[in-house]
Ligand binder design. Structure first.
Ligand SMILES: Cc1cc2nc3c(=O)[nH]c(=O)nc-3n(C[C@H](O)[C@H](O)[C@H](O)COP(=O)(O)OP(=O)(O)OC[C@H]3O[C@@H](n4cnc5c(N)ncnc54)[C@H](O)[C@@H]3O)c2cc1C
Ligand code: FES
Length: 262
């Protein structure tokens, strides 16, 4: 996997510069003038500067992990959020001018395709986030396949130019799974390298498909993360070589290292 771009020591207080809705998702933007440029696939630990723990109505205490969606010229970072619980709900409330604690960039991101292989990016739901910045880096040669549950979520596809879409309910694009599109694409181009991020069942399907076809794949995984920098061992996942801490050894792992994605 790629070498890490190292975060400066300690978290930084930055300001939200923009908040916008994209279909069922929220995109938060913030200027990070003191941070290094992240590698695609790296992540940040985020926490609201205010109302983040300390009272009965303020349940989140630990920061939450978010892949960087995009880095704009000038250093503004975008993050894609899906409101699934108290931390994401609070972050989705933030508006321009609000304070945001940010730690990162963290972890290891995607490595370039091996042996001139053509990159195929496969994303599911909010897992499209690290694929946007990776597609920016790879350019127009990359094939991008995205899967969503319905039309409001599929609006997220607008974040990656030229993406082909599948929806579970058939509201947009292919009626079915993004792995259907991937399987067809691998028939067309068996000499590809696959980059995937999404829910565990999708990643397991991608892993199994690529293993069956002998196609290399890099998977951006998730696990619960309390610190994000290797101290708590809360994020360990099993690999063929033993347990690894996803926050420092991942979140991108080579699919060949995994028996299965659980
Ligand atoms: C490396 C990494 C990158 C991530 N990137 C993004 C991103 O770009 N956008 C985004 O919206 N989310 C991302 N996540 C997930 C995000 O960190 C969780 O959604 C968030 O922690 C949920 O916090 P919460 O307080 O809102 O909900 P919680 O109360 O913590 O959880 C709500 C629900 O989500 C489940 N959940 C919580 N955390 C995770 C997790 N890490 N993986 C799977 N299920 C979880 C819980 O089991 C529960 O069902 C990422 C996670 C990791 C580890
Ligand atoms: S999140 Fe603490 S060790 Fe990985």
């Amino acid at each position: 996997m790629s070498q890490r771009t190292l975060a400066p020591f300690g978290r930084r207080l930055v300001r939200v510069s923009d908040h916008r809705r994209v279909g069922a998702y929220d995109v938060l933007a913030c200027a990070d003038p003191d941070g290094p440029a992240p590698d695609p696939g790296q992540f940040y630990m985020l926490a609201a500067a205010e109302r983040w723990g300390g009272g009965a109505d303020e349940r989140p205490f630990l920061p939450r992990a978010f892949s960087v969606l995009r880095r704009h010229p000038g250093g503004t970072l975008d993050f894609l959020l899906e409101d699934v619980g108290p931390g994401t709900a609070r972050l989705c409330e933030l508006r321009a001018g609000d304070g945001l604690w940010l730690l990162g960039p963290l972890g290891r991101g995607f490595a370039p395709p091996r042996d001139g292989r053509r990159p195929i990016l496969a994303g599911g739901g909010v897992g499209i986030a690290p694929l946007a910045i990776w597609s920016d880096a790879l350019g127009p040669d990359a094939v991008v396949l995205l899967g969503f549950r319905d039309r409001p979520h599929a609006e997220g596809a607008a974040l990656i130019a030229g993406a082909r879409v599948a929806t579970d309910d058939g509201a947009r694009g292919h009626h079915g799974l993004v792995t259907d599109l991937l399987a067809a694409e691998l028939v067309r181009d068996p000499g590809a390298e696959v980059y995937a991020c999404g829910p565990p069942p999708m990643l397991e399907a991608v892993r199994a498909l690529c293993a069956e076809r002998g196609v290399p794949a890099q998977l951006a995984l998730e696990s619960g993360m309390a610190c994000g920098f290797g101290a708590c061992f809360g994020c360990v996942v099993p690999t063929r070589g033993g347990y690894v801490r996803l926050c420092v050894d991942g979140p991108v792992l080579d699919a060949a290292e995994l028996e299965a994605v659980a």
